[in-house]
Each structure stands twice: as structure tokens, then as C-alpha cells.
Design a protein around this ligand. Structure first.
Ligand code: GTP
Ligand code: MG
Length: 221
């Protein structure tokens, strides 16, 4: 039974196919997209690199505000499934000016509203912090967008940097996060790769309506 799981989460190809400061000049929407969204510095680009098994594909940095454009990566899994992962600039960067914040909001809202190929948003929070006002606003925005536009748009919650919590704190922290989010939250660490298969399972379910047998379930020893 391990073979289909491996083929579903092993990556054959991953490449940057577009980088744009606005949602109008993105590559044509010819493939389903999944956007990685979250606070600045939360670990969006690191998650993208872990999902694609390419260490330096998306640029990461200790300094917040590293990703400033919509970066579109085309990914093909070993079983042939293709998807685009979109690295979205982070919000909540304190040093950003009012004008830059307004630009960010226009960029993300334009993208989330207009992009016909967008099927899911991976909403990433720090496992140590949980969701705040910015995440609530985003969830509200997605709800309104679902009412205005019945095209499917799923929300996949991920709590990252799980390795920064002591092992005994991880489960209670995730349970608390699920309560706060009112939805399932996948724990993830870019340092250990924990949670990667589960996130791929959620991505596949949002795209295909189903995951391959076993994908998305915790690995057994
Ligand atoms: P912006 O593009 O600036 O919005 O940031 P980002 O959300 O893309 O974050 P990025 O992936 O660049 O990571 C920010 C910092 O957190 C880097 O120093 C990463 O090495 C670190 N980091 C990301 N994920 C993890 C994780 O799971 N565990 C640990 N320990 N560090 C992480
Ligand atoms: Mg980034």
C-alpha cells in the first residue's frame, strides 16, 4: 500500500512559471491553483519548498517581507497530477507603510476574487500563536467570496513551526488551534517535514475530490 502514497507526494517537476506584482499579469489560468497565504515570516515559502522537495525553489529569509510578488510554481507529482502552488506576499509586516499595506490588500483581494483557477487557500499560522484578526478577516473574505461566487474555494489550515514547541505541547496546541479556527488544522514543520503528506492529502482532496488510499493519514511506524 505504500507505493501509491509515495507516488502521490513525490515530485517529478517543480518550476517557477510566473512572478507578478498584480493579479492581471499572471500566467493564463490553465491549471488549478492552490495559494499559500499567511503572516509575513510565518513560513509560507518554506512550506512550498517542503511540498515540492526543492530546498531553494522559493526564496526564504529570516527578514519579514521576503516574498513581494505573486510567485507561481508549477508542480507535477510522480503519479502525474499537476497543480500550481502560488506563494503570496505575507501580511502583517509592521514596518510596511500604509500605502504598501493597501497595495498588498488590493493584490491579494484581486487575486482571490478574480482568479478562476484558484481552488484552495492554504492558510498558514504559527503553531505557537494561532489565528488572529488578520486570519479572521481572511476567513470572512473567503466566506463572502463563496456567497458572491459559487465556484469552489477551499480553506486548508496549517499550523507551522511545530518543531518550536516541546513535543508534549504539540497535540494540545493543535487541539486549541482547531477550536480557535473552527476547522481541522494540520500540524507542520519545515525543519522535520512532519505534516507534509497530510497537506498533500488535503490539496489532492480539494483538486480531485479524493485523495489516493492512505494519503493524508498520519504515517504509521
Ligand atoms: P515572507 O515571504 O517574508 O512573508 O515570509 P514567509 O512566510 O515566506 O517565511 P519563510 O518561509 O521565508 O520563513 C521565515 C523564517 O522562518 C525563515 O528563517 C525560515 O527558515 C523559518 N521557518 C520557516 N518554517 C519553519 C519551520 O517549520 N520550523 C522552523 N524552525 N523554522 C521555520
Ligand atoms: Mg516568502
Amino acid at each position: 500500500m505504500r507505493q501509491p502514497i509515495d507516488r502521490a507526494t513525490r515530485i517529478s517537476d517543480a518550476a517557477l512559471v510566473g512572478s507578478s506584482p498584480d493579479s492581471e499579469s499572471l500566467p493564463p489560468p490553465t491549471l488549478i491553483e492552490v495559494a499559500l497565504v499567511g503572516r509575513s515570516n510565518v513560513g509560507k515559502s518554506s512550506l512550498l519548498n517542503a511540498l515540492t522537495q526543492r530546498r531553494g525553489l522559493a526564496r526564504t529569509s529570516r527578514t519579514p517581507g521576503c516574498t513581494r510578488q505573486l510567485n507561481v510554481f508549477q508542480v507535477r507529482c510522480a503519479d502525474g497530477m499537476a497543480v500550481r502552488l502560488v506563494d503570496v506576499p505575507g501580511y502583517g509586516w509592521a514596518r510596511r507603510s500604509k500605502i504598501e499595506r493597501a497595495q498588498w490588500q488590493a493584490l491579494i483581494e484581486g487575486y482571490l476574487t478574480q482568479r478562476v483557477s484558484l481552488r484552495a487557500i492554504i492558510l498558514i499560522v504559527d503553531a505557537r500563536r494561532g489565528p488572529g484578526e488578520d486570519e479572521r478577516q481572511l476567513v470572512d473574505f473567503v466566506r463572502r467570496r463563496r456567497v458572491a461566487e459559487p465556484r469552489r474555494l477551499e480553506l486548508i489550515w496549517v499550523a507551522t513551526k511545530l518543531d518550536k514547541l516541546a513535543p508534549a505541547r504539540r497535540r494540545p496546541a493543535l487541539e486549541e488551534l482547531c477550536r480557535a479556527a473552527g476547522a481541522p488544522v494540520v500540524g507542520f514543520s519545515a525543519a522535520t517535514g512532519d505534516g507534509r503528506e497530510q497537506i498533500w492529502g488535503s490539496i489532492r482532496r480539494s483538486i480531485l475530490g479524493a485523495a489516493p488510499p492512505g494519503a493524508g493519514l498520519p504515517e504509521r511506524a
